[in-house]
Ligand binder design. Structure first.
Ligand code: CA
Length: 228
């Protein structure tokens, strides 16, 4: 299976050139010409790496990078035009893995792609990104959840809640701890939001597969249980 590269670049000439070269190298290439489409395509196409121009119409590269980083650690190579100061880009700490100044030699881009793709494969193989609980597997990097190899669709919050419970499996966790870690310290809503989301997860996993993964300790909280 060839690796998929998302190129977000508004200059159609550059985008086309990069597309041709990368396709020639055997990569699968998808192109977005503005930031917003770039973000959408990132989530629909699930590329292995992103080449992202800094100055884009709609959302700029920094914002696109920030939105991708919230959900994924896929490598991002940021392109900047001459004159856009690198300090500024770096200082903004957008979460990009690498920076290249245009115009660049295609060989250099190819070399950097290979480095980052290789690094990412190693990251994926690192088991610390994969959590298990009975037949449940959570891949934190891909943000995917499977039960018996069957993909389970969870919302972002459900995913974070489940991950937090499984990371702390066999330990009882209070609602406050869950709120602080999953919803954040600044959360000001009802504490029963935790119970509501536990119910969502149970419907999608425990009920569906007829297992008991998440246990309730009345008046205390919840825990994900590994052993019977
Ligand atoms: Ca541009």
């Amino acid at each position: 299976m060839s690796e998929k590269i998302l190129v977000v670049e508004d200059e159609t000439k550059i985008a086309r050139f990069v597309e041709l070269e990368l396709t020639h190298e055997g990569y699968e290439v998808v192109i977005a010409h503005d930031g917003r489409t770039g973000v959408d395509m990132f989530f629909s196409e699930k590329p292995n790496i992103v080449i992202l121009d800094l100055m884009l119409p709609g959302l700029n590269g920094i914002e696109v990078c920030r939105r991708i980083r919230k959900e994924s650690s896929v490598p991002i190579i940021m392109l900047t035009a001459k004159g856009e100061t690198m300090d500024k880009v770096m200082g903004l700490d957008s979460g990009a893995d690498d920076y290249m100044t245009k115009p660049f030699a295609i060989e250099e881009l190819l070399a950097r792609l290979r480095v980052h793709l290789r690094k990412n494969v190693q990251k994926e193989e690192d088991n610390s990104n994969v959590l298990r609980l009975k037949a449940l597997t959570i891949d934190k990097l891909k943000r995917s959840v499977k039960y018996n190899d069957e993909e389970i669709e969870l919302t972002k919050r459900e995913f974070e809640l489940l991950t937090y419970l499984v990371e702390n499996k066999n330990i009882v966790i209070s609602r406050d701890q869950i709120l602080n870690n999953v919803w954040g310290y600044d959360y000001v809503g009802e504490t029963n939001v935790v119970d509501v989301y536990i119910r969502y997860i149970r419907t999608k996993i425990d009920d569906k597969y007829n297992v008991k993964l998440i246990h309730t300790i009345r008046g205390v909280g919840y825990f994900a249980k590994d052993e019977e």
